[in-house]
Design a protein around this ligand. Structure first.
Ligand SMILES: *[C@@H]1O[C@H](CO)[C@@H](O)[C@H](O)[C@H]1NC(C)=O
Length: 207
């Protein structure tokens, strides 16, 4: 019973979420207007109504589009994306791929151009080559791999230093113990000799 209620609530809210007008935007029928609202990539709605036919995202502060954001919008007829400071690095790959998939009539590629990095400023996103974008990619796992390699190198160096120190210490210990053995042997033999010398006058005095 409770489970059924929960399911109904989920369906209700799930349904509402996909068809309701996104927060910060205004809607007229299937036209969704999110333009000129100072939207950033993080304040951008995470989804739009699936039946959206016109989507206005121009004149905002968008630097990239989240992967898959527009993939479910099968009824789209036009999207405006100009007037945003797009950052042309790995993060723009989804936008570029999406633009490339669209028929030329759906969206105007004009105005969708890079604001940064300086080397790509002003370039149209859709005409960037994959090499140009991949060049600027910094994958966090590459940094992690590099950091772990550096750590590994440091650990190996420390291990090697400790090993060398251990060998030096053992050599010195060996030399010291040899010396100690030699000195005890020497003192033993000289001690015996001394004792003999000590006894001899006694022997002499007795006889
Ligand atoms: C979209 O919203 C902006 C900001 O409220 C407004 O200036 C603009 O006229 C709207 N555009 C349309 C087509 O409704």
């Amino acid at each position: 019973m409770n489970g059924l209620l929960l399911l109904c609530l989920l369906l209700l809210f799930g349904g509402q979420r996909s068809s309701a007008c996104p927060h910060l935007c205004s809607c007229h029928g299937t036209q969704v207007n999110c333009s000129s609202r100072s939207l950033t990539s993080s304040s951008l709605p995470t989804s739009f109504p699936t039946e959206t036919t016109e989507l206005g995202l121009h004149n905002n502060l968008l630097t990239s589009l989240p992967n898959g954001l527009l993939d479910d919008l099968t009824s789209l007829r036009s999207v405006s994306l100009h007037g945003n400071p797009w950052v042309c690095d790995c993060g723009v790959l989804y936008l570029r791929a999406w633009l490339l998939r669209q028929p030329a009539t759906l969206t105007s590629h004009l105005g969708v151009n890079c604001n940064s990095p300086p080397g790509l400023r002003g370039r149209l996103v859709v005409y960037l080559t994959e090499e140009e974008l991949l060049d600027s990619c910094h994958y966090w796992y590459c940094d992690l791999a590099l950091a772990s390699q550096v750590c590994l190198f440091v650990f190996v160096a420390v291990q090697a230093a400790l090993l060398v120190a251990l060998i030096v210490f053992l050599r010195r210990f060996e030399r010291l113990s040899k010396e100690a053995r030699r000195t005890t042997e020497e003192s033993f033999t000289t001690g015996e000799g001394l004792r003999e010398n000590e006894y001899s006058p006694l022997k002499d005095s007795r006889f």
